[in-house]
Design a protein around this ligand. Sequence first.
Ligand code: C5P
Length: 228
Amino acid sequence: MQARERLIFALDVDTAAEAEHLVKLLADEVGVFKVGLELFVSAGPEVISRVRAAGARSIFLDLKLHDIPATMAAAARAAARLGVQMLTCHADQAGIFEGVDLGGAQLLGVTVLTSLGPDDLRNMGYQDELSDPQALVVHRARLAMAAGCHGVVCSGWEARAVRHALGPEALVVCPGIRLPGGQAQDQKRVMTPGGAVAAGASHIVVGRPIRTAENPAQAARQVINDIA
Ligand code: C5P
């Protein structure tokens, strides 16, 4: 896989016009464009076709679905009808999609958000071994794959353990990526692009380090070089 194909850019903006602008600017550098909650809720489902028309060849709809089975299945079918290539749900609920036609979309289980550290996990009620993000991530990654996911989302810190647990075929997608010396902002478990891929990530998700750079295309090329 080329370095560029491993780069997922997060379109964390709130209008379709801004998203289209970023896709046009970055279509040569970025393999996959990610539409997350902010853009989907602000601009509506039609943003998917607009992003595609602007030049995105592959779209990742990151809704991190989490609800009762009937609602999850209906939402996933509706998302699949939009023609996206990747879709996320929380890993502990991936089994709900058994038998649901996802229209060829690859399903990724979100293990533990990269904004959470051990103290957050203890506050949420995870005790002993499972308050260690890596242990909880690997546990949930196994659940997700057993439930039929094509891969998981985890931080670069856990990529090696997850790759070891899931084998060579699984998609291992890592957000919380920062260029060397970059600010972590609200992320807690951050890693460099090259560090995450060397540890076993198939893809990395990058948002602010590209979006808020003075020259986003140049920042994207820096990310690709770091991977390569
Ligand atoms: O701006 P930044 O590079 O931190 O953006 C990271 C992106 O990855 C955001 O769109 C965020 O929603 C997403 N994400 C994450 N942690 C996860 C799953 C997705 O940061 N576990």
